[in-house]
Design a protein around this ligand. Structure first.
Ligand code: ADP
Length: 508
């Protein structure tokens, strides 16, 4: 019997430098919004220049959206929702379209990854997998889920039937950041569309290119006009207009705590739209002296803070090390930090790419300076490098002797800066781990199974890793506690945000 082999597509192939080189220098035309199935310029005609962090040069421009642009996109999403062109389409048909979209993302995986790297600076290897391939996987996953979601019949008393329906909420507004725009965007867009909603997406002003391309692919896959719209521009203009809209039903967001607070305010001042916020982190990564393999712990922990220049919300940015292994472990971490090859993110030989913008780079360096003023020692990195390229690169940085009350311990850097703090015993580790306002991710390295379970219970975070760091499978939810936010992306739990529960009573 002959077995039919699946056709080869780019997703099955190893990333090749020649393939990257063929597209890395392409001239990029200015981009408009994507509203009602087509690309349109801003109402005002204004544009925002996009600066590439690779070399500091202007890459292209995107429409600098106005309130009128956002209102137009919301109106388009609303009418698409109300006439049922997507919300009432048979689930099996919606499923077909989302799976087709996954295939188109795979077809364009390299172009999408390169586009994203050119405006945000993530190393291409990571962008290809974590952006393009993960986005394709996300659309496939939620596409597959559409026709497997059932309503419920409640166990009511008497002769009244209680039905529980999952109804799409209507218009979803999504605001996403510049790190992993395609991955984080897809975590929101795919389940929102799968549930039957229309969506208006606002990318970060400096990282819109791959998401604009995604919207075109959605149209090509058969998502009807008006169902998936993208409005580019400043958060303080189009983001605010979305937040204050009376016609957006749910707002989903990933970004800073400061913007998260504003969104809650906008909701309170408008229609009380539900807000799901995925905010920052200052995640503790705790190394006990009984860790099964300290060398492996150091290697994984270094990747867990330094990949993508530390611009990862779940980065293990606080390293807590038990006192008796502290000096050796910090030396090992510093060795890893110094060994990473930082460079042009479109070169496969670079293990770490660029910091996203000059202002981010300056903020990172300010954190290092303040930490030193507060008594910490810089044992690796601490400076800008490769400035002759014009790009924004920073050496992976290890700061030791950071105290709990220090700025670097309490506040998120969102850059390649690791804060190291020693601890005495388990109780001390828990106290230090829980000493910030954040609760997104954590890591624990120990051979003691009972201790691992106690730490899972005691550490206040939405995600915790034991003897690993950075688990990323789509089947497991991601979300924070405390001031790291609420609601979850990923897994079937993410669908809850995009449905209203509707109860129906029927007298029999
Ligand atoms: P970061 O520090 O990661 O840039 P931000 O919270 O500033 O985090 O940005 C995340 C997203 O929030 C971006 O798309 C940005 O444009 C948007 N944003 C920023 N300010 C506002 C605002 N006032 N209202 C709505 N969205 C905003």
């Amino acid at each position: 019997m002959s077995v039919r082999k699946p056709p080869l597509n780019k997703a099955n192939l190893m990333l090749q430098q020649e393939a990257i080189d063929a597209v890395r220098g392409q001239t990029l035309a200015p981009r408009g919004h994507f509203i009602d199935g087509r690309s349109i310029a801003s109402d005002s005609g204004d544009v925002l220049d996009i600066i590439s962090p690779i070399d500091g040069a202007i890459l292209t421009s995107v429409a600098a959206g106005s309130k009128a642009d956002m209102d137009r996109a919301i109106t388009s999403a609303r009418s698409a929702f109300e006439d049922g062109r997507w919300s009432k389409m048979a689930p099996a048909q919606r499923k077909k379209i989302l799976i087709k979209l996954a295939e188109l993302i795979e077809r364009d995986a390299l172009e999408l990854a390169v586009l994203g790297v050119r405006d945000n600076g993530t190393e291409i290897n990571m962008a290809y997998k974590a952006e393009s391939l993960s986005a394709a996987g996300t659309f496939r996953y939620y596409g597959e889920a559409i026709d497997k979601i059932y309503g419920q019949i409640a166990p009511t008393a008497n002769s009244v039937l209680g039905l529980i329906h999952h109804a799409p909420v209507g218009v979803v507004g999504a605001i996403v950041p510049w790190n992993f725009p395609l991955m984080i965007g897809s975590w929101k867009i795919a389940p929102a569309l799968a549930a039957g909603n229309s969506i208006v997406l606002k990318p970060a002003e400096s990282a819109s290119l791959s998401l604009l391309h995604l919207a075109k692919l959605a149209s090509e896959a058969g998502v009807p006009d008006g169902v998936f719209n993208v409005v580019t521009g400043k958060g303080s203009v189009v983001g605010e207009a979305m937040g204050l809209s009376m016609d957006v039903d749910v707002l989903v967001f990933t970004g800073s705590g400061a913007t998260g607070r504003r969104l809650l305010e906008y909701s309170a001042r408008s229609n009380l739209k539900r807000c799901y916020l995925e905010l920052g982190g200052k995640s503790p990564n705790i190394i006990f002296n009984d860790a099964p393999d300290l060398a492996q712990a150091a290697k994984v922990s270094a990747a867990g803070i330094f990949r993508n220049s530390g611009q990862v919300c779940v980065a293990g940015s606080r390293l807590l090390v038990q006192e008796d292994i502290h000096d050796d472990f910090v030396a090992e971490m510093s060795r890893h930090a110094k060994d990473f090859k930082v460079g042009n993110p479109l070169d496969l030989s670079s293990q770490i790419g660029a910091v996203h913008s000059l202002s981010e780079l300056e903020a990172n360096l300010q954190f290092v300076q303040t930490a030193q003023e507060e008594g910490a020692q810089c044992v690796a990195g601490g400076k800008r490098i490769l400035s002759e390229t014009g790009g924004y690169y920073m050496a992976p940085t290890v700061m030791s002797g950071v105290k709990v009350e220090d700025n670097l311990h309490q506040n998120e850097v969102f850059g390649p800066v690791l804060a190291v703090t020693p601890f005495k015993d388990e109780a001390d580790a828990i106290r230090i781990a829980n000493s910030t306002v954040y609760g997104l991710s954590a890591g624990v390295w120990t051979s003691n199974l009972s201790r691992a379970h106690r730490m899972i219970e005691e550490i206040k975070s939405g995600v915790i890793h034991v003897n690993t760091y950075g688990g990323s499978d789509l089947t497991v939810p991601l979300g924070g506690v405390k001031q790291s936010g609420n609601g979850h992306d990923k897994s079937l739990h993410a669908m809850d945000k995009y449905f209203d529960l509707k109860s129906a009573w029927i007298q029999l």
